[in-house]
Design a binder for this molecule. Structure first.
Ligand SMILES: [Zn+2]
Length: 1037
């Protein structure tokens, strides 16, 4: 899964800052995603159920539903309408040997249960409050220290392993247009792996004890076990049926029960929400985010990723609705005794984790059958997604060497900004993620759509077909999908150079948090599913970066073969990271890309089990022909009292080239530095007059520092002919030099001399990398008396780029040309360049005179133009943008308008805007409030407001966002502009006072403290030096 995270919501590059500390953002929206990320991630573990309901005009059904809450079963006499695709697939699938057995059984059993079922359920009514036993719906679970400061012992939440589910039949009747209840019925078949006298599964809804039945499968003469009592363990969300006698190993049983669930109003679990369609008609959407443990809120189940089974779904809907599920629809028939309702029946799925998608909707589809064995469908208007989605699906089949195993793949949207969730055969996206439209969306929106579709489709194999055994290994899914999303997007959009963009979108971005003491290893122990709230950029971006490194050191052929072997051997099963290392090692030894004494595990454990990354120091000998290489963990700030007993060392693949024969294409290691090596000697290198550059194309997840002489040679090369050095390595040199200087490991004189060649740079990736870094200096100088000198220096650097791209946008320009323009303009306007500001204000006023004409301002430039015009204008401009925000139904446009509102230079308007962001009556959607808040934090004037507002409204903010995995993002935004000693005191005081309520935001709070400490040190050590440096280079007050 990818979490939506448009913290800036704007166009390409410059305007899309990520809230990583001290960094100004790279391009991107989808990836913005990645940034703060946490993620609701999915992968093999999220279940999403979606129910969309058409509601025009809104007619409230009176409550007969409540009275008629009876779980109907399928009478044999009703007319059934068979749907060709689902039925054909069902026949094909069930003809497979193993499944035939299950299906035969299923028929016999089904009739049997119907009888029981009628007896049991008619006319049971699940009136709340009268149930004998129940588990109340859980809204938020709090773990960690209690308010009294006592750490609560966490229970072992794992299910016993005595039973293994093999097959579910789930029937759900959601009353979307009624009391929002969901009436359900469940059959689950289980194999007994070891003798047990209880049946334990997850439940987070209501049931009645007398609806629970346990029926033996294989031997119908065997008596059904008696349930002696029912227990509900509310803390662990277990339902436990204690039995009169133990079940024998090797036997199989079916448990059946009826239950009642509810649609809630939160953005997790089973939730409902409303939006207006293009005609202004209200539509209801009810969707579920089941990751990690919310499937149990929709139906009782063995809710752990490893416990895969087939799912056969019956979904009840009113006749004017339509429905979707993971499988194609097999048949539809009327519900008995429920006028206007029908059952949609979906055939048993392939074995999968408790993800499961149900949908009822009025979406129309544009259909394509280009892949002859997969029906690929997307919702209306998603033409671009349809095209690339099909191409990517075909690409992944080739890349992974395994055909997509389901007969169809649907892509649908919900109004919330949820990113994407890879439910098998029915991928769910937030609208902004899927609906790219030329002329309406920007180039950045387009790239974002490309990434997210690519990511979710990769999960269809990596995550859905092979699933993490437990949540610890979720990083593997997310890291892989976050890497292969580049590979597949590069395949369908080769001119975008996304493989080059990887370097600053992912590596440089995650370097910024992985250099902190408060970082964490990729592979995090997860005792409780809530722990995955701690997943962040490290999980996704570092995961992707170390997998990319592995791809290069193994070579493409070996990497893909190992991957394909792993997927094919473990398909429909689960895995841990060691399984993957094993298959890759086998391939590497066969191909001789790793020596026999080395394994992938040996190397990769050093990157996944310990946090941080090294800086490789290259010190050349007197004559230059050899170099001493050492490794040390890169830390942004070294604190006096730092105490760590861990000796951070890595297995480092070394690659390098030199001036006498500069070849940057070889990325297979020329030498390995072991995790036991303190230093090694590399030779031969050229004579001392020629530079060397290490870490070619920055395929290794590490920084490189050189002796001053080699830095001098590199700078000379950049100034004379920078094109000799590969663009990725130029981006690397800029990022390394500026961050090494920030960490006091290199002089700012060298770093700024590296930057000095930029006025001749014409490629996007080095520029994006440089400005990402310069944003830190910009923020540190914003309130400095020497701001003007710094600003003029930066403007001089950027002007050649600004002039080469021009203010007039042209969507037919090459993709990266559009990106460069957005980057240059956003910086020029931010630095108050007169031409940029005048052009923006003029365009904006033309639009104000003619608001219906959306072609006046190109989508690429909207974020910059809106923000600049609002900053230069007053209440009138602000009100105009607010009105446009309320009027438009285009989500990407809404984001741009909302973010621009935070650009005002009038404090009174800004304060009022903050109230609107968090106020119930503000008109700003829950899912959009983060972007709005971020826009205020980015505004220099807004900075003093953002933290106090957060502190004063902490309790409301906590309650509103805690359950949606969003809390840590707000903490990050609230603290992003703090840089002084006073700020530090405030944050520490807050942290101490509120420690018990910080939950998943605690790590972000630690990062904030560390970042502020770093800023204070930086200001003391570097501010005056840079002021002098600027003065020497002609920039004074
Ligand atoms: Zn994912």
């Amino acid at each position: 899964m990818v979490t939506a995270n448009n913290d800036s919501g704007g166009d390409a590059s410059g305007s899309l800052s990520k809230v990583t500390f001290g960094r100004k953002g790279g391009c991107y929206i989808t990836k913005g995603v990645t940034v703060l990320l946490v993620v609701l991630f999915v992968s093999a573990t999220v279940t999403t159920a979606l129910l969309v309901y058409y509601f025009a005009p809104y007619v409230r059904h009176e409550t007969p539903h409540r009275a008629s809450i009876v779980s109907h079963v399928l009478p044999s006499s009703v007319t059934r309408q068979q749907h060709a695709d689902g039925f054909r697939w069902h026949q094909a699938w069930t003809s497979k040997v193993t499944q035939t057995k299950i299906y035969k059984f299923h028929n016999a059993f089904f009739l049997n249960v119907f009888t029981h079922h009628h007896n049991i359920l008619t006319p049971v009514t699940f009136a709340l409050g009268t149930t004998v036993t129940s588990v109340p719906p859980t809204t938020s679970k709090s773990v960690g220290p209690s308010s009294s400061g006592v750490v609560k012992k966490r229970p072992d939440v794992r299910l016993p392993r005595a039973l293994k589910p093999t097959r579910y039949v789930v029937k759900l009747q959601p009353f979307i247009n009624g009391d929002f209840s969901i009436r359900g019925y469940l059959e689950v078949e289980m194999v007994v792996l070891e003798p047990t006298s209880n049946i334990t599964l997850h439940i987070d809804n209501r049931t009645k004890n007398d609806t629970v039945r346990i029926i033996p499968v294989a031997d119908s003469t065997r008596p059904a076990p008696t349930i002696t009592h029912h227990t509900y363990d509310q803390e662990r969300q277990f339902y436990i049926a204690s039995l009169s006698e133990p079940l024998e190993a090797g036997t199989s049983y079916v448990l059946t029960m009826a239950f009642l669930a509810h649609l809630n109003t939160q953005l997790n679990g089973f939730y409902k929400s409303q939006y207006k369609d293009e005609d202004g008609t209200d539509r209801w959407v009810a969707a579920t985010l089941f990751q990690p443990t919310e499937a149990r809120r929709a139906f009782p189940c063995f809710d752990e990723p490893e416990l895969k089974a087939t799912f056969e779904i019956f979904l009840a809907r009113e006749h004017h609705m339509t429905s979707l599920s993971n499988m194609p629809l097999m048949e539809t028939f009327p519900m008995e005794r429920q006028e206007g309702w029908v059952w949609d029946h979906y055939p048993p799925s392939v074995p999968m984790s408790t993800y499961l998608v149900l949908a009822v909707s009025n979406y129309t589809y544009i259909q394509s059958n280009d892949l002859n064995h997969v029906m690929f469908r997307v919702i209306d208007h998603a033409h671009y997604s349809l095209r690339i989605g099909q191409e990517m699906l075909a690409f992944y089949e080739y890349y992974f060497g395994i055909p997509f195993p389901l007969p169809k793949l649907d892509s649908i949207t919900v109004p919330e900004n949820v990113g994407g969730m890879e439910n098998w055969g029915l991928v769910l996206y937030g609208e902004t993620s899927l609906l790219y439209e030329a002329g309406v969306s920007s180039a950045a929106n387009k790239q974002s759509t490309g990434f997210i579709v690519s990511h979710e489709l990769a999960h269809q194999w990596f995550g859905n077909l092979v699933t993490p055994r437990w949540w610890d290994d979720l990083w593997l899914n997310e890291g892989f999908a976050s890497y292969t999303e580049y590979v597949a997007l590069d395949h369908v959009e080769p001119s975008w150079s996304v493989m080059e963009q990887f370097v600053f979108i992912d590596i440089h971005d995650v370097f910024a948090i992985d250099c902190l003491e408060s970082s964490h290893p990729i592979n995090l122990p997860v005792q409780h599913p809530d722990d995955i709230k701690n997943f962040d950029r490290i999980t996704y971006a570092k995961g992707a970066s170390v997998i990319r490194m592995m791809n290069h050191f193994l070579t493409e052929a070996t990497f893909r073969r190992g991957l394909a072997d792993y997927l094919s051997a473990l398909q429909y099963g689960s895995a841990v990271q060691d399984d993957l290392w094993e298959y890759l090692t086998k391939a590497a030894h066969q191909d001789q890309t790793l020596p026999p004494e080395m394994t992938v595990k040996m190397v990769m454990d050093t990157w996944t089990l310990q946090m941080g990354y090294p800086v490789i120091k290259v010190v050349r000998s007197e004559d230059g022909t050899s170099a001493t290489i050492s490794q040390e963990r890169f830390r942004l700030t070294k604190r006096e009292n730092q105490t760590t007993s861990h000796d951070y060392r890595w297995w480092v693949p070394l690659t390098f080239t030199s001036q006498d024969n500069p070849v940057f294409s070889v990325t297979q290691p020329m030498a390995w530095m072991k995790n036991t090596d303190a230093q090694i000697i590399v030779l031969p290198l050229p004579k001392k007059e020629d530079w060397v550059v290490f870490n070619l194309q920055q395929t290794g997840y590490y920084r490189v520092n050189y002796d001053d002489h080699n830095w001098g040679l590199i700078i000379h090369q950049l100034l004379t002919d920078h094109s000799v050095i590969n663009a990725l390595n130029r981006a690397q040199l800029l990022d390394d030099a500026l961050d090494l200087a920030r960490a006091s490991q290199l002089s700012y004189d060298i770093a700024l001399r590296v930057v000095g060649y930029l006025n001749r740079e014409t490629e996007y990736v080095p520029w994006a990398s440089a400005l990402d870094n310069m944003d830190y200096l910009y923020n540190m100088f914003t309130h400095s008396p020497h701001y003007a000198a710094f600003k003029n220096y930066l403007l001089d650097l950027i002007m050649p780029l600004y002039e080469s791209v021009g203010f007039a946008d042209n969507w037919q320009d090459p993709h990266l040309q559009q990106y460069k323009r957005v980057l240059a303009l956003s910086w020029a306007c931010k630095l108050q360049h007169q031409d940029c500001v005048d052009n923006s204000v003029s365009l904006f006023h033309q639009w104000m005179l003619n608001p219906a004409n959306h072609s006046i301002i190109s989508p690429n430039l909207r974020s910059t133009v809106y923000c600049t015009a609002i900053a230069a204008g007053g209440q009138v401009e602000w009100d105009f943008v607010w009105a446009q925000y309320l009027n438009t139904s285009v989500r990407t446009e809404k984001q741009k308008l909302l973010s621009a509102l935070g650009c005002t230079k009038q404090t009174s308007i800004l304060s009022r805007f903050l109230d609107m962001v968090f106020g119930e009556a503000g008109g700003i959607k829950y899912s959009e409030s983060r972007n709005a808040y971020y826009s205020v934090a980015k505004n220099g004037l807004g900075r003093p407001l953002v933290w106090p507002y957060f502190r004063n409204h902490w309790q409301e903010i906590r309650q509103r966002y805690a359950s949606a995995f969003d809390l840590h993002r707000f903490v990050k935004i609230a603290t992003s502009a703090l840089t002084t000693a006073e700020d530090l005191q405030e944050v520490q005081a807050f942290r101490e006072a509120e420690a018990s309520d910080l939950q998943s935001a605690d790590r972000v709070m630690n990062q904030a403290v560390e970042k502020i400490v770093g800023d204070i040190i930086w200001r003391n050590q570097n501010h005056d030096y840079i002021v002098q440096w600027l003065h020497h280079h002609g920039y004074s007050l």
